[in-house]
Design a protein around this ligand. Sequence first.
Ligand SMILES: [Zn+2]
Length: 165
Amino acid sequence: MDTDGPICGCGKRGCLHVYASGGALARRAEIFLADEILPSALKTGKKPGRVTGEEVCAAAAKGDVLALDCVKEAAHYLGIAAANIITSYNPDKIVLGGPIGRIEGPLLEMVAQVAKSWSMPHAYSAVSFGQGILGDSVGALGGACRVLDLKLSLASSVPPPSPGP
Ligand SMILES: [Zn+2]
């Protein structure tokens, strides 16, 4: 998203993950909470480092001003990423996965609106948006499915054994 951006867990700079993951939402919320400019229910009983991305999304769903600002920022980056995928690959559906993808709230609609602004119109008109259902297991399950796909394609490319004498 930004080659001069913050360092990501992968070692590179400015990845989508540093702007729009659950951890990114939590970090952003804690910065806003420390500034004490915006009112928020997230302050109640929380020590620094204890806010989660899921809590930020859930608070945004209830209209929490600070949480909505955090979700809006994440949606901006997710929407631009989705727009690039939509325009490049013309998918049928964009699914927001992981823990924050399961939370009911404004994130999905905000992402769709940003994506609409930055996608080619014909590609955007063919795509729908949805919430993932796999939560924390999405990465592991995707990896397992990829291995199975490779294993099955290898199995189907092996010629049948020749008949014996
Ligand atoms: Zn990264």
